[in-house]
Write a protein that binds this ligand. Sequence first.
Ligand code: AMP
Ligand code: MG
Length: 399
Amino acid sequence: MDQLPQIDAVTSAIGKLAERLHSVGAESCSTEQAYGRVLSEPLLADRDSPAIDVSAMDGYAIRLSDLKGEALPVAAIAAAGSAPKSLPHGAAIQIFTGAAVPPEADCVIRREDTIELPGQVKIEILIESLYSGLNIRRRGENSKAGDLVLPQGTILNAPSMGAVATFGRAKVMVQRRVRVVVLNTGDELANIGEEVKPWQIRDSNGPLLETWLRQMPWIDFVCRKHVGDTLELVESAIETHLANADAILLTGGVSMGDTDFVPEAIARLGGQVAFHRLPIRPGRPVLGASLHGKLLLGLPGNPVSVAVTSRVIGLPLLRKLAGITPIEEPLKRCLLSEADDKALSLVWFRLVKIDHSSNVKLIGSQGSGDLVSLSLSDGFVEVPAGEGGNGPWPVRWWS
Ligand code: AMP
Ligand code: MG
């Protein structure tokens, strides 16, 4: 791994663990409930789209060969939702957007290019500018019956829900939701509302991860629990919760301290560690393991580390469990409007904020425990090892 450029080392560590994870099974889902779920079958067109030639404009359907410069009698009106009208020789049919084009017509003249007379229409546009097919959406021009519309592994967003509806799917096959449990380790943790001594801290990682996980409709957030810092407690919490989960995200207890029991607990349960420590900042101690095809991800305890590593490392692994393809979220790059030339020999995730003029700026941070800077940020950029400056760098926004 050391020979690989740092970012490739991270990607290959994720890929190695992803290979060992078993994607969850499929289930039938009514379309009303399918938003945000993952297609477990390809969506095919049930019929041609459009299913018949339709008008793209409000206007008049005609035969080009009937245009001799004189007004044409209007034989009928074709509105959307009616079977196609037939076009007599030497006549026009008034037609509205989305209505079936008469089979005999070869062109639709826009209403604004005509003069409407009682029972007649005069075409007021150069005949040479007209051509067969003008303003007609041809049957099957979007897709033919049986064509692939959306591949298996697609997350059903709003536009794809439109496609599911247009191709008549009252039910779709989707992946079962990925059941995720969050375990927050640490004897120093107190819950919101509890009395907190100066040497204690309130658990912020739990709410942060729960909120993030609940935003994804393909995840079934099972629960989150606080676990004390003993080997027995950590081991039994993992064992108990893994029975009802596909993934456990742990926070804290994954580094070199004497109270860091996550690696040993995972080893005792027979977990196969794919990586422990990656060349990244923040989040270096991160540990990824699998057990019976399920995911055990040990995130370092610091809040910025949790926010960043859950996104960079946790998300692709959860997407693998969910059957989403590709497992990596699509990344955009952004140019920083102000930058320094600082560089690290690790991949550096730096918090950024976007202003009203779309300028993306680095946020000064006191380090991976600085929840205040984290909460003010809009996302973070990924700066490769040894590099600095404005980028453009891959960016991940929090939402
Ligand atoms: P650890 O990885 O357990 O050594 O924790 C690293 C740092 O993160 C310590 O300063 C912890 O107090 C802090 N930390 C651990 N868990 C949490 C949590 N759930 N919420 C906020 N901070 C935490
Ligand atoms: Mg700890």
